[in-house]
Write a protein that binds this ligand. Structure first.
Ligand SMILES: Cc1ncc(COP(=O)(O)O)c(C=O)c1O
Length: 355
């Protein structure tokens, strides 16, 4: 079976974890600080704050921006549920705006109509590693005084018009095991805002600046040095991993027939966390046929957020977002990870072209 994703764990990752174990200092420490510095460099931001997951990064970022009950955050329904849950955790309302059929990302032409006096932020999700239309989003945010909290969980290393994703406001990354680079579990917040960074550091660690003096209520959302040590090694691999993903995606797009392949616009540097096609027939049958042929696939995501049970219970039953609903029935993500061989790519093309 060609897996849909495969974490790369080399001898360097193993040695880095062993070194932390030998140091006897396993919790947040120097490796976390090093990983934060590497992310700040990558995203060209003043600050980076590590957390225990992408989900806790989003939760902390929203709290650090002072978003809470009575506030609204505009985002996409076509995302991993953590984007939406993070807004719900802080007591705010997620206002869902439909997506662009071509890019799978939030449709900037529909955002302005969703702005109300309660809107505090826009959360663009760079789905599959493909940047959102940031010029349009920055324009609306600027005109209405809204914060931008990028959900960059899938988009480490991506760029929009040469500017790193992660530098357009406050941004959150995931270092979950199957992400383009990983630390097993982990998250990272990047920002140029001194106050947001300071708040985020406190919120992730029980509201402490000084040990056992709690200026506010916080959480334990810290990353451990064991995890950070893996992340630091993976940072060194990011460029090569991204280049391989791009080459694999280019091969697939050049050779697949009979399905809709992903669009990449000029100035958008995609990092191909997922390579997602659309099929016009029975998607689930196509997934099954590929499985029988030895090709692992993923469906990201089969149910848009507003159709999930817990959102239905929160009153999203009347929400209609036709593009997201349609695409959730059509998408299939194919393997694009850096460990694919040429034979794997040829097999994927052959089998998909038989569908
Ligand atoms: C778009 C998106 N947002 C948020 C997250 C949450 O990250 P984590 O799984 O590290 O909590 C993910 C992870 O899959 C994601 O894909």
């Amino acid at each position: 079976m060609i897996p849909i994703s495969k974490p790369f764990i080399g001898k360097e990752e193993k040695a880095a974890v062993a070194a932390v174990l030998e140091s006897g200092m396993l919790a947040q420490g120097p490796r976390v600080a090093e990983l934060e510095q590497r992310f700040a460099e990558l995203c060209q931001t003043k600050h980076a704050v590590a957390t225990s997951s992408g989900t806790t990064a989003l939760n902390v970022a929203l709290l650090a921006h002072g978003i809470g009950p009575g506030d609204e955050v505009i985002t996409t329904p076509f995302t991993f549920i953590a984007s939406i849950n993070s807004i719900l955790y802080v007591g705010a309302r997620a206002v869902l705006v439909d997506i662009e059929e071509e890019t799978f990302n939030i449709d900037p032409a529909l955002i302005e109509a969703a702005v109300t006096p309660r809107t505090k932020a826009i959360m663009p999700v760079h789905l599959y590693g493909y940047p959102c239309d940031m010029d349009a989003i920055l324009d609306i945010a600027g005109r209405y005084g809204l914060d931008i909290i990028e959900d960059a969980a899938q988009a480490v290393g991506a760029k929009y018009k040469s500017q790193p994703i992660g530098s357009f406001g406050t941004a959150c990354f995931s270092l979950y095991a199957t992400k383009n680079i990983m630390s097993g579990e982990g998250g990272m917040i990047t920002t140029n805002d001194d106050t947001v960074a300071e708040q985020a550091r406190m919120i992730r660690s029980h509201g402490m600046k000084r040990r056992y003096y709690h200026d506010m209520m916080g959480y334990n959302f810290r990353m451990s040095d064991l995890h950070a040590a893996i992340g630091v090694v993976q940072m060194d691999r990011l460029e090569e991993f991204s280049a391989r993903r791009c080459a694999n995606a280019a091969y697939l797009s050049a050779n697949l027939n009979g399905v809709t392949v992903p669009t990449v616009r000029e100035g958008y540097d995609h990092v191909w966390h997922q390579y997602t096609i659309r099929v016009s027939g029975d998607r689930d049958a196509a997934v099954q046929r590929l499985k029988e042929a030895g090709i692992g696939t993923g469906v990201f995501y089969p149910v848009p957020a507003h159709k999930q049970i817990h959102l239905q219970e929160l009153g999203y039953g009347e929400v209609s977002l036709p593009v997201a609903e349609k695409l959730s029935d059509e998408v299939i993500s194919l393997p694009v990870h850096p460990l694919l061989s040429q034979a794997d790519l040829e097999k994927i093309v052959y089998e998909v072209n038989q569908l």
